[in-house]
Every structure is written in structure tokens, then in C-alpha cells.
Design a binder for this molecule. Structure first.
Ligand code: GRF
Length: 202
């Protein structure tokens, strides 16, 4: 089976990264993790990847004079790994339109809400404040508008009256760990097309 070469970009804990790494350990999964890149030298996920013998790289945005130089350094790392798909997994930098254009329909992200609801940060706090009955997560293609790209997969969870942002986050996170590998599998099986800005799944 031809496998997708993944680059996973992280900034912190790396639990979604870990879910993708675990999925890739299955021989029948149509992807492999080629490299994990963090913009933060202290990201806990780096250690998890290193233990799995996955190449890791740090591209620390603070050491570059601007976004263009930071992104060029990212591109330089990615160029060494024959990457088919970039998975943002808690990556806390907003990529420029130029960077995204260099990877058309090849960058995906996981976001902890049912997009288009609750783009941006503090998704769970806002969902609870609005007393919504359900929330969830979305895996989507990355386009220049933040959290705006075509949605590939969503998973829903109930929101309970006594939820705190933490309890809701952990309920959603469990589903993130299911949704992200599922989305990568669909792409690896070449079942995902973007037509007129919308995802079609075959
Ligand atoms: C996840 O909730 C993800 O949806 C959001 O950032 C968090 C990252 O968590 N984009 P982790 O680093 O994957 O554990």
C-alpha cells in the first residue's frame, strides 16, 4: 500500500499527534509519520515522538526576525521529508496565505468545536456560556481564513448543564483522537475531494 507521508506540527501536549502516531502503527493504515515539528522547544509532544523514533525538529518562531523567515525555516525542514500531508495538531501559529498556497489541500487541522461555530480560542467556555446542547470537534482543510476551511469530519458530544471548560474539553478530546485518524485515513484512501470549497467523500 502506498502510504501518505505525514508531517505533524505541534506546539504543546501532543495528544492528537499521539493518536495519529498510534493509528500509523497499524500496518493497514494508509499513512506514516515522517516528521514531527514543534515551534516550541519545550513542547511535551516532542518527547513522545522521539520515544517512538520519529524524527523531530524544532523551529522556534522566537528565533526568527519575522513570520516569513520562520515559515521559510519550516519549509526547509519539510523539504527534507517528501511530505504529502501536513497535520496541524495543537499548532499555535497562524500560517500565512503564502505558506498555505504552497501546500494546496495538503494542510489539515483539528479544531475543538463544530465549525463554523466557535472559531478561534476558548471554544469550550463560549459553548458553555451559550448553553448549547452539543459541541464537538472538526477536522478541516486549512485555508487562509482562520478555522474556515472545508470540513472533512466532525464528531459531536453532549454538553451538560454542570460542564466546565475542562470537563467539556476532555469529552471533546476523546472524540478528537478518533476523528483525526479517521480523516487522515479517508485522505490516504483518496476518498476526499474538495469541490467548490466543500469536501466530498467517496
Ligand atoms: C486540541 O484540543 C486541538 O483541537 C486544538 O488544540 C488542542 C491540542 O491538544 N487545536 P493536543 O496538543 O493535541 O493534546
Amino acid at each position: 500500500m502506498e502510504k501518505l507521508n505525514l508531517a505533524i506540527l505541534i506546539s504543546g501536549r501532543g495528544s492528537n499527534m499521539q493518536a495519529l502516531i498510534s493509528a500509523c502503527e497499524d500496518q493497514d493504515f494508509p499513512a506514516r509519520v515522517a516528521v514531527v515539528v514543534s515551534n516550541r522547544p519545550d513542547a511535551a509532544g516532542l518527547e513522545i515522538a522521539a520515544v517512538k523514533n520519529i524524527p523531530v525538529a524544532i523551529v522556534d518562531h522566537k528565533t526568527y526576525t519575522g513570520k516569513a523567515a520562520f515559515e521559510q525555516a519550516l519549509q526547509d525542514v519539510l523539504a527534507g521529508y517528501d511530505i504529502d500531508l501536513i497535520c496541524l495538531a495543537g499548532f499555535m501559529r497562524i500560517l500565512s496565505a503564502d505558506f498555505i498556497a504552497a501546500w494546496p489541500d495538503k494542510i489539515i487541522n483539528i479544531h475543538p468545536s463544530l465549525l463554523p461555530a466557535y472559531k478561534g480560542l476558548d471554544t469550550h467556555g463560549r459553548a458553555i456560556a451559550d448553553k448549547v446542547a452539543e459541541s464537538g470537534c472538526s477536522v478541516h482543510f486549512v485555508t487562509p481564513g482562520m478555522d474556515e476551511g472545508p470540513v472533512i469530519i466532525q464528531k459531536k458530544v453532549p454538553v451538560f448543564a454542570d460542564d466546565t471548560p475542562q470537563t467539556l474539553a476532555s469529552r471533546v478530546l476523546e472524540q478528537e483522537h478518533v476523528a483525526y485518524p479517521e480523516a487522515v485515513r479517508l485522505i490516504g484512501e483518496k476518498r476526499v475531494r474538495v469541490v467548490d470549497g466543500k469536501v466530498e467523500i467517496q
